[in-house]
Design a binder for this molecule. Structure first.
Ligand SMILES: [Zn+2]
Length: 297
């Protein structure tokens, strides 16, 4: 019998097959999952740790690089990047490369005049591979053309009406979910004897332990205790938009975790500078407080 060196690979204690060359395999993973410009991968995180063990096996033994790679890929959280074309600060359409975005923006500015378009390019991140794969440049261009045609029409025919402060999005980020349903116990901007400053968020009273949901998709940038806020979670939604969830009794997510709108992240409590169980909810744009009630449904 002839023997050759080979590596057995196991994931979470379960043997999933053999590979021939470990270094080559790891380099392949790094290239495909971590550094793949073609697939618009911004960064990836393996949620399992593969274990390699050197063995001598029968020379006929086949290796399974492809299926093992597929398994690892299944257990990888991949974040893709795209370029949004925003109009009036609101992301409208997405393309995969900066060059495509610039070509579209140039064409639209030429057609409608730069003073009318008010469009910009924003780098954005998504966990959806479909979003990256489904880009059709012709459709994107046409949709933006339709939007600009509408805007220009409106501009000329519409008489000026007082615009409501309510907005669907803040700098292109949709605040899709009200984190806790309950009685508003203190509004943004109010004064109280408990605080010696103007209120920076919205207080929603609810019983201790009530689940708190993420208001929008994003990455947790802080989960811990802060003076005044008690136990708090901070989510970064991109485009300079952050949300704060203060006075929690329990924190269910850790810094660095990605959450979707509606995911339960913490429980209502009364930690920090608080006189009773409630959620202190803040929205900040580029570090500045804004009134959450302008963006909540
Ligand atoms: Zn508050």
């Amino acid at each position: 019998m002839k023997f050759k060196p080979i590596y057995t690979v196991s994931i979470e204690g379960e043997q999933v097959g053999y590979i021939g060359d470990k270094e080559e395999f790891e380099a392949y993973i790094a290239k495909e999952l971590y550094n793949n410009e073609e697939e618009n991968i911004a960064y990836s995180e393996l949620t399992v740790v593969p274990k390699y063990e050197l063995k001598l096996v029968n020379k006929q033994e086949e290796t399974q690089e492809e299926s093992i790679f597929a398994k690892l890929k299944e257990n990888t959280q991949i974040t893709y990047y795209q370029y949004a074309i925003a109009q009036n600060g609101e992301n409208k359409e997405y393309v995969n490369t900066l060059q495509e975005a610039e070509e579209i923006v140039d064409a639209l500015n030429n057609e409608f005049g730069e003073e009318n378009t008010n469009i910009s390019i924003v780098k954005t991140y998504t966990n959806s591979k479909e979003a990256v794969n489904s880009v059709e440049i012709a459709t994107v261009s046409q949709n933006l053309k339709n939007i600009l045609t509408e805007t220009t029409k409106k501009k000329t025919t519409e008489t000026k009406t007082a615009s409501s402060k309510k907005s669907d999005t803040i700098n292109g980020i949709r605040i899709a979910v009200t984190p806790v349903q309950g009685r508003i116990s203190s509004r943004y901007g109010s004064n109280s004897s408990v605080r010696n400053h103007t209120h920076t968020g919205l207080d929603i009273a609810a019983t201790s332990g009530t689940p708190i949901k993420a208001a929008a998709d994003g990455t947790i940038t802080f989960s811990g205790t802060k003076s005044g806020y008690g136990k708090i979670i901070i989510i970064d939604h991109g485009n300079g938009v952050e949300t704060y969830y203060g006075h929690c009794s329990k924190l269910y997510k850790k810094s660095g975790e990605y959450v979707s709108a509606g995911d339960v992240i913490a429980a209502v409590g009364s930690t920090g500078n608080s006189t009773g169980p409630h959620l202190h909810f803040e929205i900040r744009l580029n570090g500045k407080y804004v009134n959450p009630q302008n963006y909540l449904k």
